[in-house]
Design a protein around this ligand. Sequence first.
Ligand SMILES: Nc1ncnc2c1ncn2[C@@H]1O[C@H](COP(=O)(O)OP(=O)(O)OP(=O)(O)O)[C@@H](O)[C@H]1O
Ligand SMILES: [Mg+2]
Length: 232
Amino acid sequence: MQLRVDARGQGGDKAPEAQGGGWSMQTVLVANRKGGCGKTMTAVTLASALAGDGHRVALADADPQKSALRWLKRRSGEDPEIVGVDWTRSGKIGDVPKRCDWLVIDAPGALRDDRAEALIAEAKAVISPVLPSVFDEDSTKRFLRDIEDIKRVRKGKVGVHLVANRVRPQLKATARLQAFFGGLGQQPLAWIGDRAAYSDLAEVGLAVFDRPQKQFEPMRAQWRPVLEVLGS
Ligand SMILES: Nc1ncnc2c1ncn2[C@@H]1O[C@H](COP(=O)(O)OP(=O)(O)OP(=O)(O)O)[C@@H](O)[C@H]1O
Ligand SMILES: [Mg+2]
């Protein structure tokens, strides 16, 4: 798949580096075949962190539920700008606004093989949230196996990173999740706590990086290893 600059961008069928003459864009795909594991929350959090750092960010929603686009609609004009892109129809996958530094893609839960391939085609990294639950662990194993079949992943051209989400340290499920990562031979990049603030902020189109308040700092700190891997 080649990313295409949309009608406003007048770029035609050009690779992202060619946008606006030498513009280079990096793409991160947030995906896991399990529904409800925090894909949208992760996508909007990363988009807001990157936008807050002064990057021009597009958020592509490939999920028919359009939760990421709905989140964007709730956002006020005073918050760092994030450009929404609707990728819910397969013909639209690959359309990107002009001159973006970052493209964050929110994948649907049920990721068909052909769509997975199209979505991974341009990604620099895949970030996959995993909840502390046996069902999520099973789905994650299958997801990792499935995407391993995609050539770019097999060849190591795209990094696939796990993020433990909704972690509550005192719970037995968290210890089991730790054992799961051990068995997998892949540690998560980050352990993200279970905090009501994520949904409270999402209700008004915000994420933890949009607000400077000290109370959100421990939450922001948990995301930093993810941003470091992205090179931001
Ligand atoms: N770390 C967290 N702490 C508290 N609530 C969270 C956290 N992560 C996600 N949530 C909440 O869990 C719910 C599911 O998260 P989200 O919508 O991001 O999952 P999803 O993987 O995108 O789901 P779907 O497969 O339906 O698209 C949301 O209400 C979200 O606010
Ligand atoms: Mg979602």
